[in-house]
Design a protein. Structure first.
Length: 418
């Protein structure tokens, strides 16, 4: 038996949180980081370095200290000095936007209030029905084939379809949104143009909903008393969809993997909702969809749990490493919700219950319709998407007994099962 090759290091001798080696051996990379202490230096993209917090206690303290750690990426010293490549793949998620994700203090309070108020207006019943109908539409496309990739054919697209409905897109806009968003998350050169075109679509939607307000998230944001500008509204929507689609897809993929492969869940699928919810909770602990994110910048040179943090340097939280921190109690249990998959502090995810409805309803609908699904790959053959931020499967191939697409489509209209 040959030993695994040495993990690559950056030109500065740091662990590498991108590329094939990280996608296939991320737990080993986190061990490299832990060897540096509660936080360690890593290369998160070619030529881009950051501090990554792996210890849970240090992560919680940093996330709850806005007086020292800011979200405003205009503080990023290397970016301001022109040292970050303009085509760096991390810029779309780290470069500043007029959005709640990058705001601090009063600006954050105003934008977050608007977002929280509007998200609270989403009817859980409507959300379940939109998710179920969209899930059945996707299942009908593969039902007669007897096989599917539950990422590309289902989990990657379902959240997009739901968001398009919630945002008040026309049917033509919804179809375009799905195409452009999928283009954005590709690893190819078309991603940058996809992001530009996607922003253009959102601006088109904003103009439409200013003329014709509806019962949707876009109209609610535009009409909120926080007085958001069109630019702020666009970036709120851009960030909401961007921060919600891939993590929700990854969450569904990993929970489905547990349900189909882990005997703890696979043997009790007849229990229905309880079993699905338990798998979703465990997935957040062991496969945090946002592996490394919650980017902050120290306002000045400081120290975090003994680690020197220079001002103006990106500080990321490794949600994946913090959730598997060896210092956590061994008997904590996966149903304990103290994990950091949703982050913590002022910037904790604002749509936890909504994401849960989408993920749970989507999986329950898939299991109801394709009840005899079987994974066709071994666990070590499930590849991850490259990049530092998301812990998302590339594919989740399954087989099942073929069934009538017409029957699945009928279930979408009748509210029953096929």
């Amino acid at each position: 038996m040959t030993s695994a090759p040495e993990l690559p290091l950056s030109a500065r001798g740091c662990p590498v949180l991108h590329g094939e080696s990280f996608a296939t051996r991320s737990p080993e990379v986190y061990e490299q980081l832990r060897a540096q202490g509660p936080a360690g230096w890593a290369e998160i993209a070619p030529g881009v370095h950051a501090l990554v917090v792996t210890a849970r206690r240090a992560a919680v303290d940093m996330l709850n200290d806005p007086a020292v750690y800011a979200k405003d990426s205009r503080l990023w010293a290397d970016l301001n000095a022109g040292k970050i490549p303009q085509d760096s793949p991390v810029l779309p998620l780290m470069a500043w936007r007029a959005s709640v994700l990058y705001a601090d203090a009063e600006d954050h309070t105003r934008l977050r209030r608007a977002l929280d108020d509007c998200i609270a207006r989403i009817s859980p019943h409507r959300l379940r029905e939109v998710t179920r109908r969209s899930a059945l539409t996707l299942i009908a496309r593969v039902a007669e084939k007897g096989e599917a990739d539950m990422m590309a054919d289902f989990a990657d697209t379902l959240p997009l379809m739901v968001f398009a409905d919630l945002l008040g897109c026309t049917s033509e806009m919804a179809a375009r949104m799905v195409r452009l968003a999928q283009k954005m998350i590709s690893a190819g050169p078309e991603a940058a143009q996809g992001a530009v075109d996607y922003a253009g679509l959102l601006y088109e939607l904003i103009l439409l909903r200013r003329r014709q307000p509806g019962d949707d998230l876009t109209s609610w944001l535009l009409g909120h008393d926080a007085g958001l500008s069109d630019e702020e509204t666009l970036n709120q929507l851009y960030t909401t969809v961007g921060a919600g689609v891939i993590p929700t897809a990854a969450w569904m993929g990993w929970a489905l993997h547990l349900l189909l492969r882990d005997d703890t869940y696979a043997g009790t699928l007849a229990a229905g909702t309880v079993t699905v919810r338990r798998a979703l909770e465990k997935a957040l602990w062991v496969r945090s969809p946002m592996a490394n994110f919650s980017v902050h910048f120290a306002r000045r040179d400081t120290v975090l749990h003994g680690v020197t943090v220079p001002g103006g340097v990106p500080v990321l939280v490794s949600h994946a490493a913090a959730n598997t921190d060896p210092e956590l109690p061994a008997d904590l249990g996966y149903e304990n919700r103290s994990h950091l998959a949703w982050s913590a502090g002022p910037h904790r995810c604002p749509a936890i219950s909504q994401a849960t409805v989408i993920a749970q309803t989507g999986i329950e609908t898939a299991l109801d319709q394709l009840w005899d699904m079987h994974l066709t790959v071994a666990d070590d053959e499930i590849a991850l998407r490259h990049g530092p931020f998301h812990q998302c499967p590339v594919a989740m191939p399954v087989t099942f007994r073929p069934k009538s697409a017409a029957a699945v489509r009928a279930a979408a209209h009748e509210g029953g099962t096929a």
